[in-house]
Design a protein around this ligand. Sequence first.
Ligand SMILES: [Zn+2]
Length: 194
Amino acid sequence: MELKTLTPYGFASNTYLLTNERGSIVVDPGEKKVVSRLKELGVAPDYVLLTHAHFDHVGGVAVLQRQGAKVGCLAEEAPYMIGGKALVGFGLNFETFTPDFTFGEGEIELLGEKIFVYATPGHTVGGCAYLIDGKLFTGDTLFRESYGRTDLPTGDTRQLFSSLKKLLSLQGDYPVYPGHGEPTALSHERKFYS
Ligand SMILES: [Zn+2]
């Protein structure tokens, strides 16, 4: 799939757009602004995949859902999105939504593309990473030479470290597209943590 990074926006969370001949997937539409960016590109997303329920990753979901995008997340995170109570809103207003579908760890298929979902609890209880067409989207679990905080609701440091270990132990090397900051590669992060 072709990858575009629709960032940075206000809170510098990364929104990614993946397209193939069948359609498009947006990962973590953090802000409403993403909608006008997609319009510029002439893209109406078919799917939205969320790494977790923090406001800076879900702020643009409701409007895309209204435009027909189907919204998915890990089942464990869904309760924090249903009715739109994003897990952490920092008192900011953003439009609420309910996911259209949920999944557990394992393979899902969207737009003819096999996508592997890795449960990565720790930053939040139902956080996940996606392996899409050889690219790893890690949300706020793994950043370039860093990792996500665990002091927000449902965060758990022990779980985060075991999730990091899970990602770093994947076979092979993948480019890594985190929820914040610059892309990296699994091989680079393995070296960094060794
Ligand atoms: Zn977060």
